[in-house]
Structures are given as structure tokens and as C-alpha cells.
Design a protein around this ligand. Sequence first.
Ligand code: MEV
Length: 423
Amino acid sequence: MSKLISGFSKLSKNEKIDWLANNFTLSPTETKNVLAQYVNNDEQLQQLHDDFIENTISNYYMPYGIAPNFIINDKNYTIPMAIEESSVVAAASLVAKFWSDKGGFTAEVIDTQKVGQVHFMYEGDFETLQDYFKVKKERLLQATDAITKNMRKRGGGILTVELRDKTEELANYYQIHVTFETKDSMGANFINSCLEAIAKEFKKEDIEIVMSILSNYVPQCVVKASVCCEVEKLHPTDGALFAKKMQQAVAIANVEPHRAVTHNKGVMNGIDAVVIATGNDFRAVEAGVHAYAAKTGNYKSLTSCSIENGMFTFSIEVPLALGTVGGLTSTHPLSKLSLEILDNPSAKELMQIIAVAGLAQNYAALRALTTTGIQEGHMKMHLVNILNQLEANQQEKEWVTQQLKGQVVSYSGVADALQKIRA
Ligand code: MEV
């Protein structure tokens, strides 16, 4: 039987659920129960979620945790994190505390330029095109006047408009490359609207517009964060060895892409969790960050480590295109709350906070990897997850945790231990 359907979006929510449950799941009743469990009782709030996307049939939510004790540029923060992976929030909290009495984190925004491009094809000669662009340039800007009015009032807008010849890479391919300052908004809609207005104004018979879209590669929208202390303060017994191993771990990530990808994945554990908690676009951030990690032609570590004159410095440099106004940041109640917890930061401040979350996470991962190994911390959380999966009660949890202390945790090991106590 074909499961293709026409006019699906026109069905009511219940009709959509019926269709799904009857066609794609083993137990329609169970499916409906699971979906219903995650629907918010507050109808208005549910409607808000329904309207975020299309064909909404329930909500898929993640744990929302907080990591206290971050000192960033001498200011104390508790950082909200939305993430499903165990140990990430604990690691952030531990590292924040560790650095809190060593001067905390320092962060600085290097630049905040964003980019958008009108991609087009043109078969004529370049000089004629350049002349046309020169004549048109002022009018291209005028075409965006109404769109940029408010942004200009806030100190942002279009920074530069350039014609770029890309014909060496692809025959007949040119761009209008535009840079933007979008202040506290992420600016995706703003940039795309400007680009479409520019394209419309620029178009003529021999110019074939292919597309107009912002770029999520933002190497000019970059933030730096770091921590620094005397080497001896890093470790209770052997700070020098610890520092050396941290430095080696970063050096390995810089020459070995297999390691660099995992190393940076750890960084993104921190970055994504705060990006999501504050209602920002984590796919955009992910795409931009990884492209930046590969900007030299080799995929490398986002973090750096140095030891000089007895001082250990650990730092990160990442591109982050973020907003603290507009989009989900002002419509999702939890995003709004996250921003309030962070003292309603500007986009620049949020860049600093999120870079710090990434740096802290990488510090925690490397600290664990180069000392005890990663599994020790992970196992404790893994055990909790398995016990929950096996529906252990509190007493059973305590007993099994005691029994398995110091052992490698496996699903079957936990199941056996539980069976014993239940028997
Ligand atoms: C796990 O989510 C992240 C780590 O693998 C990062 C790393 O290896 O650096 C622990």
C-alpha cells in the first residue's frame, strides 16, 4: 500500500497524528500516548510551539541545565545549557569553578561583520560589467533603504558592496559580495531581504541571477577567549606535566584531523548547548565554526595552548554569528529566560559567553583525557542512564552504584546486578 499523501499540511493536527500512527508505527495507541505526553497543557504555549515549524504533532524537548561560577571579564555568570549529553554541564561547572579563583576567563570580540552574496552568471566582458556595477552601486544601496532604515538607526547596516570575479573557479560566475553589521540581531532575514533587493535592482537581460543568500561562513565575526595562570596552579602535584600534556593534546589536534574533529566536537558540546538555550541557530554556528577550523586548508583545533615563562595559557578563537534580539530569542520563553539569566547580554557579550563555554568544555575534555581518561566521569552518568532505562527505584540505584564502584559500566553488567537484587 502506498503511504504517499497529498494535502497533508491541510489536515488537522489529530488527523495528521492518526495518519502517522496508523501507517508508520506498530501501536497507534502507544504512539498517540507518547505524543500526547509531550504536549503542553497550556494551550497558548503549545500554539506558540506549533507555530515555530510546520506539521507540528508534539514537542521534542531536551534537558535544560545551568553551569554556575563562570567569571568572564570579571563578571559572574551562571550559564544555561540545553543538551542531552551527560557530563557536559558537570564539566562546565567544574572548570568554571576551577578558573574562578585564577582570574576567570577573558574574552574579546575581534569583529562582527557578516556576509551575504548575490550569485550571478554573465557571459559578457568583465570591464563592461565593472562599469555597469560602478554606475549602479549607489542605486543598489538605495534599493535597500527601507529595509536598512531601522538597522542604521541602531548603528548597523550595509558596510561594503563589492563586485567579485569568480570566473577562474567557475565559468561566467560573478558575485556581489556584501558585508553587514547587524548589531544585536543575528540578521539572517535582514541580510537576505537586502540581498534580494540588491539582486532585483542589479538584474538585466545579460545578468542571470542564480541566488541571493547570506553566508554562514563568518570569518570576520570572531571572538577570542582565554584563561591563564601559573603552571604550578594547574595541578595539585605536577602542574608542569599537566601543562605539557595539555599542550601536546592541542598539538596532536593541529596535525591530525581525526583527532581535531573529536577535539572540536567537545568544544561544540559547550557552544551548541548555550546557542540552543539562547534560541540561536546552532546549524549556522556549526557550519561556520567547522569551516573556520579548516580555513588553512587543513582541519585544525579551535583552541590553542601555550606555556611561556611559567605561565599556562589556553585560548579559543571562533566565529559566532548570534543574536540577542529577534527570532526565537524573543519568542521562546526559555530563550528569553536564558538571556535574562545571562543579564540580557548584547550579541557581542553573548559571543564572549559562548566562546568561554566552548573553551571550558575543551579544557575539561583534555584534562580528563590526559589524566584519568574520559570514561571515569562518563561512566557515572552512563550508569544513571542505564538504571533509569531499567526502571530501577532509588534503593536499587544506590545498591547497584555501590556494587559497581570502580568497574567499567555496561548495560548487561547493570542488568545482571539489578536482577540479583530483585531476585
Ligand atoms: C564527547 O562528547 C566529547 C569528547 O570526545 C571531546 C574530546 O575528545 O576532546 C570527550
